[in-house]
Design a protein around this ligand. Structure first.
Ligand SMILES: Nc1ncnc2c1ncn2[C@@H]1O[C@H](COP(=O)(O)OP(=O)(O)OP(=O)(O)O)[C@@H](O)[C@H]1O
Length: 270
């Protein structure tokens, strides 16, 4: 659906037993909308397909519906209308226990506040999503840590790491199950610019080298420029989309959307 800036992780690549060319899209939204109460529409019905091996940024002014979109897409919230599919599985057909299992096994999450468990070591944090998944959890977690450049820090406590290192651990944890998709919510929001670039490069590498799929909510045009495409929301609607976004273009669109939100002009429909 959208172009790629570098490499071709999706084309002809196999991850595990999965033939990425034949597999269903990592994420599909069909007419997904969310009304919190009568008349308060946080998200108007949106259609979206994110193929495997792509990196999508979701942007928009505060209150435009980014978190609502992500929560519905990730199975953390149930949309009022429409259907969400993750790796071909329709979420509305799942009871709570199955949805929880799908989120644990097939979805990775990276939040602004890395959400590491302070009482566990770094490697135990990475292994958490694997705890019900077999004896090789420790080994897989260590491999994941090595892949984010922290192979030597497995026994450390999260409090002994820098903010950027903690976010690397959070990324290793998000990837450790080999999920269909990773949702990152402002993953660089609390990092300085240089550290943020390292974290974004790591997400980019996960997509290009390992064929992972990332959907990232961000306010930062520099961060969005690491994605293959950027989607822009205004008042709960998708109003624009950029392929191969560049920082200056993204900045301009965000500035215009901010003005439209403040002065009440209508956004353009895509
Ligand atoms: N639980 C809720 N109940 C009622 N309204 C809500 C609820 N959550 C969000 N909203 C409203 O839905 C709209 C979209 O909110 P959302 O949090 O998705 O926006 P956002 O783009 O993520 O904002 P921000 O960038 O500030 O996090 C806002 O008008 C918000 O006030």
């Amino acid at each position: 659906m959208f172009g790629r800036r570098c490499g071709s992780a999706a084309a002809g690549v196999k991850r595990g037993d999965l033939d990425l060319e034949r597999a269903p899209d990592a994420l599909t939204l069909a007419g997904v909308g969310r009304e919190y109460r009568r008349g308060v529409v946080a998200l108007h019905p949106v259609d979206l397909a994110v193929p495997r091996g792509r990196f999508l940024a979701v942007m928009g002014p505060s209150g435009s519906g980014k978190s609502t979109l992500m929560q519905c897409a990730a199975g953390l919230d149930r949309p009022t209308v429409g259907t969400v599919r993750i790796g071909g599985t329709e979420l509305s057909s799942l009871k709570e226990a199955a949805l929880t299992r799908l989120r644990r096994e097939r979805v990775g999450f990276v939040f602004q506040a890395h959400n590491l468990v302070p009482s566990l070591s770094v490697v135990e944090n990475v292994a958490l999503p694997l705890l019900l998944g077999g004896d090789d959890a420790d080994e897989r977690a260590r491999r994941g840590l090595a892949a984010v450049g922290l192979g030597e820090r497995g026994e450390a406590a999260p409090s002994e790491l820098s903010g950027g290192q903690r976010q690397r651990v959070a990324i290793a944890r998000a990837l450790v199950t080999g999920p269909d998709i990773v949702f990152a919510d402002e993953p660089t929001g609390s990092l300085d610019p240089a550290t943020a670039q390292d974290v974004l490069a790591l997400l980019r590498q996960a997509v290009d080298r390992d064929g992972h799929t990332v959907v990232m909510v961000t306010h930062d045009p520099v961060a969005a420029a690491w994605a293959d495409a950027a989607l822009f929301l205004l008042r709960g609607r998708v109003v624009d989309r950029l392929e191969r976004p560049e920082t200056a273009q993204v900045h301009e669109i965000i500035r215009d959307l901010g003005r439209e939100q403040r002065y009440g002009r209508e956004g353009c429909a895509v």
